[in-house]
Structures are given as structure tokens and as C-alpha cells.
Ligand binder design. Structure first.
Ligand code: MTE
Ligand code: MO
Length: 403
């Protein structure tokens, strides 16, 4: 299947569930849709074999995307439908055999040392709902076709973490040393041989203020953290882009400078188009305000004229959501949607819904969120080399047909 978007719609009705959604996706991701349709035939990788294949698009063994049609109207994304992004092969599952024996080294505190997961569990526990989103989510909408996975909307989910607040750990180790400007987390993957470790190491730095909300988490959605999502232990930095949430975390350091790892110095930078990535460009840290519609979607075929519930998700990084507006005329006019379901705090997403009557014809449905600080979701993406931080409401609009 090279370009499924050229198939007539009646083929959608006879296709498999997987192909069906892929065809629908092709309708709103343009050129990226074709690549997603091609990827759909790949099986789930072994470390994520427990996931729902119907709910996911397998781009590669390290990149699984939640289908737009799989996001329901509940707040929490079920673990088996959550996207996965692994920059390196996942560690051996044996690291989960004795979870409590996993250890993490803490540096940049008065009394630096290693702590086991068993010890961490004695220092406190908190639970927090956060949006986990890859900064490349929405890259598939960039006409410039940046290299990297052409994610549509599904490199994101909202999940609940349990773990020890990082500030408790710091307090137990005597507090921060002077000059701590960054919180640096290091992933515990085995690095490939024969290459400069800094070129592959997953190590990220965020401003030290992120410590106030950060957790060392061992549980996600009420279950011990899976290997796919960073078990036995993960650094969770609420409100920050996915890459800063270090899986299999083996070292946490409070440092005066940012990590020298390539993924920090050159990767995940907001590099202007035509430039070269460099450490002086902004890194992808806090998430901005963003929303998108998850229903109705074009992949269900033509709608009947009448009332529909336009629904979707909205989040505001560290600031939470004040409100969401919906447009059914491509952004000419807007109506306030209702925030529905439980509010799980500033880092979670809110579900929204708006009942509208749609007559026969073609309708462009869009959503536009406002965070609690009054920032309004932008119409246009910020062009950049890597295709990061796409929050454009126009890019995320969907076109539905009523007949
Ligand atoms: N150790 C480690 N942590 C990591 C990564 C990784 O490859 N290794 N990928 C990062 C990226 S780019 C993203 S978007 C998120 C993905 O989290 P998930 O796979 O649990 O959805 O994890 C981040 N943390
Ligand atoms: Mo990512």
C-alpha cells in the first residue's frame, strides 16, 4: 500500500480495523499519511508486545503512535494504548526481575550517593497525572518534512505516575550544592559499542526549578512501571516535553552546566529552518498550550446531518487549561466548548466537548485552547529544523463530510 489516500472510500469499509484507521489518517496528515499507512503492517516489537495493536501505529520498533481514533473521552490513556518512543534499544527485561534492587546515583547534593528503589520508597510517595508528549508530536503536519517520525497527534497521552518527590530525595541527601542550575537525568540503556558514548547516551538537562514538581516514579496507571515506559524507575518532569522524562533512570545530577550528550547539545533544539542545530538555540523544555479534536473524524465515513458532539483534549504544559473554543468553519467563528470529566490538575489534559448541528457539506473542525495564564493556542506552527513543538490549531483541524 503506497498511497492509500488515492483509494476510493468504499475500500475503507472492507479493510481491516488497522487499515481502516490508517486510511483515515492519510486524509488529515497529507504526505505523512502515506508513510503511516506503510508502517501499519509492522508487528509490535517484543518489549511492547502486550500493547493493543488495534490502537497503535507501528512506525518502527522504537516508535509506536496512538491512533487518533483510539483516544476516547476519558481522561487517562490506558497503558496498552500509550505511545512509545525509544531512541535506543530497550534494556533487557531482566532489569525488572528485582525492581527494588535498581539503584540511582544522586549527585550535586551535599551528601551524594546511590539509593536503591527500596530506599526511595521510604522517602515519600506522591501521585500526579501528566501529559506525556513527544516534542515531535505533530511533525507530520510540517510541509518541510523534517527528518524523524512523522507523528500526527498520537505521540501523547495522559497518565498517572506514582513515585517519590525528587525534592524529598534532595532533602534526605542534605540539600542542593551551590551553583546547581540544571537537573540532569541519565538513562540506563546499554550503549552500542564502538561509538562515542555522548553521541547516543540519553541524558537531558532541565532548569533546576523543575525539581519542585519532579518525581522518581515506579508506577504508572496503578501498575508497576513497564519496561516500555521506563521501568523500574523513571524521572518524571511534569509539564515538560517527553524527552526530558528519562526512562530507566540511573543517575540524577544537579549540575551547573547542561549535559554534553548530543541529545541535549544538538538534538531537540528549536533550530531555525536552514540553520544547523547548536547549543545556543532553545531546547524543548516546557510544553506550550495545545489541543486537538479526536471526534468526529473523517475515518468513520460520512456523517449524517444532525447533532454531533465535537470532542478532544487540551493541555497547558505546567499551567493547566482555562478553556477551549471550537470552530466548525475552519476558524472563522468560535464557540466555547465545555470542559468535561475530572480535572486531574495542571499537568493533565482536559477533555472538552461541544454539541453542534452539522448540515450536509464539508466542515473544517478546529479547536483552540487557552491556558490559565491566558496564553492562547497559536494558529501557526513555529517553523524549525526538527519539526518540534507543533501546537498549530490550523494544522490539527479535521475535515469531515456530512451527507
Ligand atoms: N532512557 C530513555 N528515556 C527516554 C527516551 C529514551 O529513548 N531513553 N526517550 C524519550 C522520548 S524522546 C520520549 S518522547 C519519551 C517517550 O516516553 P514513552 O516511551 O514512555 O511514551 O521518553 C523519553 N525518555
Ligand atoms: Mo520524544
Amino acid at each position: 500500500m503506497k498511497d492509500s489516500s488515492t483509494l476510493p472510500r468504499r475500500h475503507v469499509l472492507v479493510g481491516s480495523a488497522a487499515a481502516l484507521s490508517a486510511l483515515g489518517l492519510a486524509g488529515w496528515t497529507g504526505s505523512a499519511g502515506a508513510q503511516q499507512a506503510a508502517a501499519v503492517t509492522k508487528p509490535l516489537p517484543a518489549y511492547a508486545g502486550w500493547k493493543s495493536s488495534d490502537a497503535l501505529i507501528v512506525h518502527s520498533s522504537g516508535t509506536l503512535e496512538t491512533r487518533r481514533s483510539a483516544f476516547g473521552t476519558s481522561v487517562i490513556t490506558p497503558s496498552n494504548q500509550l505511545y512509545v518512543r525509544n531512541n535506543l534499544p530497550a534494556p533487557d527485561a531482566a532489569i525488572l526481575d528485582n525492581r527494588d534492587a535498581w539503584s540511582v546515583t544522586v549527585e550535586g547534593v551535599k551528601n551524594p550517593r546511590s539509593l536503591t528503589l527500596a530506599e526511595l520508597k521510604t522517602l515519600g510517595v506522591e501521585t500526579v497525572a501528566t501529559v506525556l508528549q513527544c516534542s515531535g508530536n505533530g511533525r507530520g503536519f510540517f510541509p518541510s518534512k523534517p527528518s524523524g517520525t512523522p507523528w500526527s497527534v498520537g505521540a501523547a497521552g495522559c497518565v498517572v505516575w506514582s513515585g517519590v518527590p525528587l525534592r524529598n530525595v534532595v532533602a534526605a541527601l542534605g540539600g542542593l550544592t551551590d551553583g546547581a542550575a540544571y537537573l540532569t537525568g541519565t538513562g540506563g540503556e546499554k550503549l552500542p559499542e564502538g561509538v562515542d558514548p555522548l553521541s547516543v547516551l540519553v541524558e537531558r538537562s532541565v532548569p533546576v526549578k523543575a525539581m519542585d514538581d519532579a518525581l522518581l516514579a515506579w508506577e504508572m496507571n496503578g501498575e508497576p512501571l513497564s519496561l516500555a515506559h521506563g521501568g523500574p524507575l523513571r524521572l518524571v518532569v511534569p509539564g515538560y516535553q517527553g524527552v526530558n522524562n528519562i526512562k530507566y533512570v540511573k543517575r540524577v545530577a544537579f549540575t551547573s552546566a547542561q549535559s554534553q550528550a548530543r541529545i541535549m547539545s544538538h538534538g531537540y533544539r528549536m533550530s531555525p529552518p536552514g540553520s544547523k542545530a547548536s547549543p545556543d538555540q532553545p531546547s524543548v523544555w516546557e510544553m506550550g498550550v495545545k489541543s486537538w479534536i479526536n471526534g468526529p473524524l473523517p475515518d468513520k465515513g460520512a456523517l449524517k446531518p444532525g447533532q454531533v458532539q465535537v470532542h478532544g483534549v487540551a493541555f497547558g504544559g505546567t499551567r493547566g487549561i482555562k478553556g477551549v473554543e471550537v470552530s466548525v468553519d475552519g476558524g472563522k467563528t468560535w464557540q466555547a466548548a465545555k470542559l468535561i470529566g475530572p480535572d486531574l490538575g495542571p499537568f493533565a489534559w482536559r477533555q472538552f466537548a461541544l454539541p453542534v448541528r452539522l448540515e450536509a457539506g464539508t466542515h473544517v473542525l478546529a479547536s483552540r485552547a487557552t491556558d490559565t495564564a491566558g496564553n492562547v493556542q497559536a494558529e501557526q506552527r513555529e517553523e524549525n529544523l526538527g519539526g518540534y513543538n507543533n501546537a498549530s490549531w490550523r494544522d490539527h483541524a479535521v475535515t469531515v463530510t456530512v451527507a
